[in-house]
Design a protein around this ligand. Sequence first.
Ligand SMILES: Nc1ncnc2c1ncn2[C@@H]1O[C@H](COP(=O)(O)OP(=O)(O)OP(=O)(O)O)[C@@H](O)[C@H]1O
Ligand SMILES: [Mg+2]
Length: 431
Amino acid sequence: MVEEIIAAPAKTVHSAGRGLSGASTPQRLNEIEGDADERWALSIGEFARVLGGGIVPGSIVLVGGDPGIGKSTLLLQVALEMARNMEVLYISGEESERQIKMRALRLLKDEQGEMPEGLLLVTETNLGAILEHISAIKPALVIVDSIQTTYMPELESGAGSVTQVRECASRLRELAKSSGIAIFLIGHVTKEGAIAGPRVLEHIVDTVLYLEGDRFQSYRLLRSVKNRFGATSEVGVFEMREKGMVEVTNPSEAFLAERLVNAPGSAIAVTMEGTRPILVEVQGLSSPTAFGNPRRTPNGIDFNRLLLVSAVLARRLGLRLGDQDVFVNVVGGIQVEEPAADLAVAAAIASSLRDVPIRADTVLIGEVGLSGELRMVGQMPARLNEAAKLGFKTAIVPKRLRKTEPWPKGIEVVEARSVREALDRAMVKSE
Ligand SMILES: Nc1ncnc2c1ncn2[C@@H]1O[C@H](COP(=O)(O)OP(=O)(O)OP(=O)(O)O)[C@@H](O)[C@H]1O
Ligand SMILES: [Mg+2]
């Protein structure tokens, strides 16, 4: 329970808040200026794609993520790039100017680029002072690191409280909408994984991006969960390196780079991240339970899906998993939420238990049903094309009921009705 003090009367909190631009007058839509794709291009292509094609002037974007995941790094990179063409103000409530300078030097190290002139830094947490700096400098882009450290002294609750976060964010939104300044807010994430602060924060802003990834792995996914100017569920893939967040333009290749070909317990799934197919290696390991109940340990897939797939393997295929601990790991630290990876999970477990490898040139796609049947998943052509592009020869997929279009060329598509049939086709036959 957090005490929320409602002290300031609404008038002082929203003093500028009559309409987005002060006095409001209805205007005719056809007389309002602006065209459909007014956006600032970005050379960080993955970031631009997640935003829907670039930064929209006057938009307010919230970037959330776990501590240390790279939020400040990514946005400093954006600031450094945009500052070549426009004035950018980077407001930090968490680091000193020297520390930010140190990071900027590291990020620019091997580009031999000088510091762009357009980037201004200030360490400030008082929103009133921040607004004054903005109106004095009139930057085109503002980055606030972070919204939780920003506070309005006239509100009695402490920085980071629900009231503070909400009021500061709505003030900044009014500023963005009335002035055309694009604003990025960095937001902390609670232990449960939601952006700290009120849920309304997500309603206040135009776009909500999450930066996620395993902290012990170098891959980071930038996911858009809300976007007023582009498709949601778009994903950008980055790798954290010394020179900052480096785009991974071909994630499938990166995720498969360390694969041991012909090792038992390894299967390739094709998962869709937004509109983009990504190939990932799913590893399974079964080992005899030492004592007590057999354990099921997933990493990168949902626990309940693992239970379901294990149960189907035990009951429908007669695999002896009752006295086995089962571990499943998705390589690269990415989280696969789609049921389309079920078949690969099943194959990885079965392959480990039988100690027979899955064919190295085969991908497995399909949802596993409770009677051991394979169910069709969406966006098949995109998945198959990606697998073919990476040199896979065979795809094992659920049987189609309606044959509307031919399968894509370049890969042999094997249709299987059941998990049993799919595994028979996928396993390397011993001669
Ligand atoms: N020299 C370096 N080489 C490689 N990676 C580095 C280096 N210095 C920092 N990092 C990476 O940068 C990460 C910190 O990034 P950053 O400060 O942008 O995170 P953040 O999301 O802003 O965190 P916070 O929420 O604490 O502000 C570290 O976890 C580390 O992985
Ligand atoms: Mg930070």
